[in-house]
Ligand binder design. Sequence first.
Ligand SMILES: C[S@@+](CC[C@H](N)C(=O)[O-])C[C@H]1O[C@@H](n2cnc3c(N)ncnc32)[C@H](O)[C@@H]1O
Length: 284
Amino acid sequence: MSAPLTLLAALQRAEEFLQRKGVASPRLDAQVLLAHRLGLTRLQLYLRFEQPLSTAEQDDLRELLRRRAAGEPVAYLTGEKEFYSLPFRVDERVLIPRPDSETLVDAAREVFSDAAPASIADVGTGSGCLLCALAREFSRCEGVGVDSDAGALEVAAHNARALGLAERVRFVQGDLLDGVAGSFELVVANLPYVPTDEIERLSPEVRREPRGALDGGPDGLDLIRRLVPQAFARLAAHGWLLLEVGQGQALAVGELLSAAGFAGLRSWNDLSGIERVVGGRRPD
Ligand SMILES: C[S@@+](CC[C@H](N)C(=O)[O-])C[C@H]1O[C@@H](n2cnc3c(N)ncnc32)[C@H](O)[C@@H]1O
């Protein structure tokens, strides 16, 4: 009878397999997937290298690796992604939260460093990551997340409940701010901003994410162009609109904000030095 496969041996085989299949980060992905299957952290894996894997664990790991090699994002395989140090459930109905989008939460903390906003709208909420992170930062605010996709809203509502935020945030299906009443001190949006003809050039992995979360029309700005004047009308005096934008879009979006009457225009760079968030304040 052959010796049982240890955790260390399984990890080495998994890494080799993913490397052969051209996966960009084979070691990390192998660790994350095995840790997920065993219900351990990655650190705990290191403490149990000699532990044998059961046949069921080996079968499940093989299936996860097969799907990873076929291009499924790790976050969809594990069903979770961390954003602003908070855990979020994700699946194929939502965009996987990106570290770059944390720039928007940082920007909100900066512009509201004196007095926290009491009311927030998050347009195109997806997994709810921005709204939930902001609700954690501004512990007395109330928020509404809007999305046109009913499936995304189910994921967002689950995340808000899991983070203990369900009493302060709610979710509404609608087109931009159309279905939401009232005014807001902060409107944030990470709307689809990829130009339509660039979608086909995105990596196969990104193309697994919902097209409705990516496609921003011919120049990528269709939704932002519609939201800017709408948000201006719905902001309280001195309220802020903060928008995530794609590389090279900051100038055009700044012009849209200016034309709609926004003042105090600002932009914030992401960790790669790309202008990622553009914002303006309603003057009165
Ligand atoms: C780029 S994803 C952002 C998700 C999340 N806010 C984040 O930062 O990870 C854009 C989201 O906008 C939603 N969306 C697209 N068009 C919309 C519209 N007209 N009104 C409301 N939401 C829309 C999509 O369904 C998707 O969930």
